[in-house]
Design a protein around this ligand. Structure first.
Ligand code: ADP
Ligand code: MG
Length: 881
């Protein structure tokens, strides 16, 4: 048997798997004749009666069978020349399946498993592949159950009860008296439970109970399972289709056992797997061969389409006893098998089980003997002692598995007291996981914003916008609402050749932009600004910029021309004209001295003079948001908003001049650079900051500033995640609480990791690989948790951004007195563009918060370069006659 269906079926390379064989329910019948050439057939204790003529014909006209050839089989009982020994061997040959045939059976089983896993074909599948809602096996540290845990287990079919008082200390209940099941099965079980609890000095506090229920169930949670159908001789009315956990829980309540809680229901296969996992090596497959047969294994959750779990692992119960019910096994069924099936209470069903389970093996043997008797090959046979067979089953299973699945190394581990302990383990794991989940939820709760929270953020943003626009209130607003002196978006008639500078993004660039009838062409060069220059003197910074421009003009053969220059300067500026911008503060790691309070165009001109560079004609200073809006506006005239979500975040939009108290004039519109990154710097967002946000803020070069930006943009999201992970480690909820020195390093967890980790359907193995690079040894659960943290942080960022935009679009709609506004947002920034969910979450939340606005998002291609040129072009357009 292969774990997870093996490489062929599920396309994944599993680690060498282990197989558990539940020998607690050992097969005590002889093996089904595989490779047993020298063995004497089993003895017959009673002389079978002469079979009827019809039976013989059934026996001898079995359908196509690979071995022996049908013609040989027909002649079987009628060849007097054969010795009795040879006749016996002949008879048994029918039960011999060649390896190629077994290989074919394996392939069909894989196919049947795939059918059961797929949502589309599940309903018709014979091998049902039922999710068990067990997502992890014990890690072998023995931590599943701890001192103080009191766990009960109860096994419905075998009628057994047990109680785990502390690890290793078991109190076993005696078996109850079935098989004659009373009508009210669950009441009966609950009564047994009460008697059992009276017999042990059970503690008074809560008793979690794991319920082993080895019947086909449609499970939707660990403690929710509808019985599909009874088997193994059980047939209590009114249970099929009902949640058996609830039935048991109410029966327990009726017995006034209020402290007993059914927390987990599991199949016996699962119990067996869990028990075997407790012994060091993880065990990920379990096999039951007893009265019936079944198996389970840990599969990649995303393959289990019936469970809505896409990440991690999920235990799947194959329910393979019904394999072959659609006829897929007909070529290996012998006449003996057909007989057994016909005489069973469910003919045509459970065909695989009837070839494997001990309930049927004896019957098969009986039919073989009957046939031999009929041939007058009576043997008095020495009776082989049962022990001569014990172990044979396992040996054969092991060697045939090795032959059929040579890529997988399966170790058979007999389960001792399988289901009972397993149930306790599942229960313990469930409890611990629930407790941990609760702690994780509490830790993440402050980062999860409700709709009401977001409406409040939207309202606060709106208030700050009004304050920022007002002449009187402007000074007290955290959102500065800076006029840009850009009064119009492109109309498509702009023409010419322009220089552009882009400072304030990840790279400093110089560009030449040609705006022509057939579109825009650009050439650019990236220049490095060393940190020492970024954080040195203003003179050095602007000297450096002029040097870069001169170098570019030289390379582009532009030194002879005086081209209008647009300067994308992505820092907060108080603009006093299109070419006059006073720097208000540095952000994004810049801190060059002597610049704040100065007009940056003037600083640039002075540097040009120092460098004797006379051919510079600066016509416009542009923020990157404005550049983004302008460049998208060139393609879409509805684009009247610019948004950046990259290293930082900011937005601009077209506001009515009559609302801009800080600039003279009432006519037309002007683009307002909101500088919304600073939203909340006056304390208005304090309720929304978490401890993690405060830790991140404290360590920045502008602590207490750009508070909104620090919840949203690429420079900070990774850091927020890092601080949350540290807190989880500290609380022993992650990486088993082991200290992670590398995680102490600032900025080690980059925002781009969020993008990778959150890719839809990413195998956890890949999350592990990322974490491994950070020297973090993550288990599957750890990987899931890290994923959840990343999702929480990026979702919050996108939603806050949506709340901000909602305030903007609603204001624009009201400004224009429209019932419905259709507007386009030009967007730039690597976080927005690269994160797999950010834009989706942003747009969804925006639709929710501003239902009267239809907002289209247009990604800007090189907004800051193109945009600066377009602002210059629009300005020149206006200046020309
Ligand atoms: P800027 O905003 O400086 O002009 P970008 O828009 O390129 O520059 O944004 C850079 C920021 O984007 C980096 O600070 C980084 O945090 C973030 N980032 C880089 N790669 C990714 C990615 N794959 N997914 C999400 N964020 C990313
Ligand atoms: Mg940028």
């Amino acid at each position: 048997m292969q774990r997870g269906g093996g490489r062929q079926s599920l396309g994944r390379a599993p680690p060498a798997p282990l197989v558990c064989l539940g020998v607690g329910r050992r097969v005590s019948c002889p093996p089904a004749g595989r490779g047993s050439e020298g063995d004497a057939p089993p003895p017959s204790t009673q002389v079978p009666s002469e079979p009827s003529p019809e039976r013989w014909s059934l026996l001898c006209t079995g359908k196509a069978h690979p071995c022996p050839a049908p013609s040989e089989r027909h002649s079987l009982p009628f060849t007097p020349a054969l010795t009795s020994r040879a006749q016996v061997q002949r008879a048994l040959l029918a039960l011999t399946i060649p390896l190629e045939a077994l290989q074919a059976v394996k392939d069909r089983m894989l196919q049947a498993m795939r059918k059961g896993l797929s949502r589309q074909t599940h309903a018709q599948a014979n091998v049902r592949m039922l999710p068990a809602y067990i997502c992890s096996t014990p890690d072998g540290t023995g931590k599943a159950a701890q001192p103080g845990d009191v766990l009960l287990w109860l096994q419905a079919s075998a009628g057994a009860l047990g109680c785990l008082l502390q690890p290793g200390c078991w109190v076993m209940g005696s078996s109850w008296p079935p098989p004659t099941m009373p009508l009210q099965l669950f009441d009966f079980i609950a009564q047994c439970l009460r008697q059992f609890l009276a017999g042990i000095s059970s503690p008074q506090h809560r008793l979690p109970l794991g319920f082993v229920f080895p019947f086909s169930c449609r499970q939707t949670q660990l403690d929710k399972a509808e019985l599909i159908s009874w088997s193994k001789g059980f047939s209590c009315s009114d249970v099929e289709g009902k949640d058996v956990v609830q039935l048991l829980q109410s029966a327990i309540k009726k017995q006034e056992l209020h402290h007993v809680d059914v927390v987990a229901l599991m199949n016996d296969t699962v119990g067996t797997m869990m028990t075997c996992s407790m012994r060091g090596e993880p065990c990920e497959v379990a096999l039951i061969v007893g009265t019936g047969t079944n198996s389970c294994f840990m599969a990649e959750a995303q393959l289990v389409e019936m469970a809505e779990e896409i990440s991690g692992q999920m235990c799947v119960i194959t329910e393979w006893g019904c394999f072959g019910d659609d006829g897929t096994l007909s070529d290996i069924l012998t006449p003996y098998d057909q007989h057994v099936d016909q005489e069973s209470f469910n003919p045509g069903e459970k065909r695989f089980e009837k070839l494997v389970g001990s309930l049927y093996l004896g019957e098969i043997v009986r039919h073989v003997l009957t046939a031999l008797v009929a041939e007058k090959v009576l043997f008095t046979g020495r009776s082989p002692s049962p022990s001569s067979f014990s172990g044979r089953f396992g040996e054969i299973l092991q060697s045939v598995t090795g032959l059929l699945a040579p890529e997988c190394m399966a170790t058979l581990l007999p389960s001792v007291d399988g289901t009972g302990q397993g149930a306790a383990v599942v229960t313990a794991v469930a409890l611990r996981l629930a407790a941990q989940r609760h702690e994780v939820d509490q830790l993440l709760a402050p980062l999860q914003l409700s709709r009401a929270d977001l409406e409040r953020v939207q309202a606060l943003m709106r208030r700050e916008m009004e304050l920022g626009l007002g002449l009187e209130s402007h000074a007290n607003a955290s959102v500065r609402m800076l006029p840009t002196y850009v009064r119009g978006t492109p109309d498509g008639t702009e023409r010419g050749e322009f220089l552009a500078l882009d400072l304030g993004g990840t790279n400093f660039r110089v560009l030449v932009v040609r705006v022509a009838q057939d579109g825009i062409r650009m050439a650019s060069e990236i220049y490095v600004i060393p940190t020492a220059v970024m954080q040195g003197t203003g003179e050095a910074l602007f000297n450096h910029i002029i040097e870069c421009i001169m170098d570019f003009q030289l390379k582009q053969n532009l030194l002879e021309q005086v081209l209008p220059l647009g300067f994308t300067f992505s820092f907060p500026c108080q603009q006093l004209g299109l070419d006059k911008a006073v720097l208000l503060s540095w952000t994004k790691g810049f801190s060059a001295s002597g610049c704040v309070g100065q007009d940056v165009v003037q600083l640039l001109r002075e540097a040009a003079q120092r460098k004797q560079h006379l051919g510079l004609k600066v016509v416009a200073v542009v923020n990157d948001t404005v550049g983004t809006m302008m460049s998208c506006g060139y393609d879409d005239p509805k684009c009247e908003i610019g948004l950046i979500v990259g290293t930082g975040t900011n937005a601009c939009y077209m506001e009515e001049m009559r609302n801009v108290g800080t600039v003279e004039g009432e006519q037309g519109r002007m683009c307002i650079n909101m500088e919304w990154g600073a939203f909340g710097d006056n304390g208005c967002l304090d309720d929304f900051f978490t401890d993690f946000d405060r830790l991140v803020d404290e360590k920045t070069i502008n602590a207490g500033k750009q508070r909104f930006e620090k919840l949203i943009s690429g420079m900070y999201l990774g850091e927020i995640v890092r601080h949350i992970l540290l807190a989880l480690v500290e609380k022993q909820l992650l990486f088993r609480g082991k200290p992670c020195p590398k995680l102490q390093t600032r900025d080690i967890f980059q925002t781009k990791f969020l993008s990778t980790i959150e890719i839809d359907g990413l195998a956890l193995q890949q999350v592990r690989a990322i974490l491994q690079d950070l020297e973090l040894q993550a288990s599957f659960e750890d990987s899931l948790l890290v994923q959840k943290v990343c999702q929480t942080v990026s979702l919050r960022a996108a939603q806050l951004c949506a709340a901000g935009l909602a305030a903007v679009v609603e204001k624009m709609r009201e400004n224009r007195g429209l019932a419905q506004l259709a507007v386009t947002v030009g967007v730039d920034g690597t976080l927005y563009k690269m994160h797999p969910r950010f834009s989706q979450h942003l747009q969804q939340m925006l639709r929710d918060l501003a239902p009267n606005c239809t907002v289209t998002f247009l990604q800007s291609e090189d907004g800051s370069g193109k945009g600066a040129a377009l602002v210059a072009a629009v300005a020149c357009r206006g200046a020309e006659p």
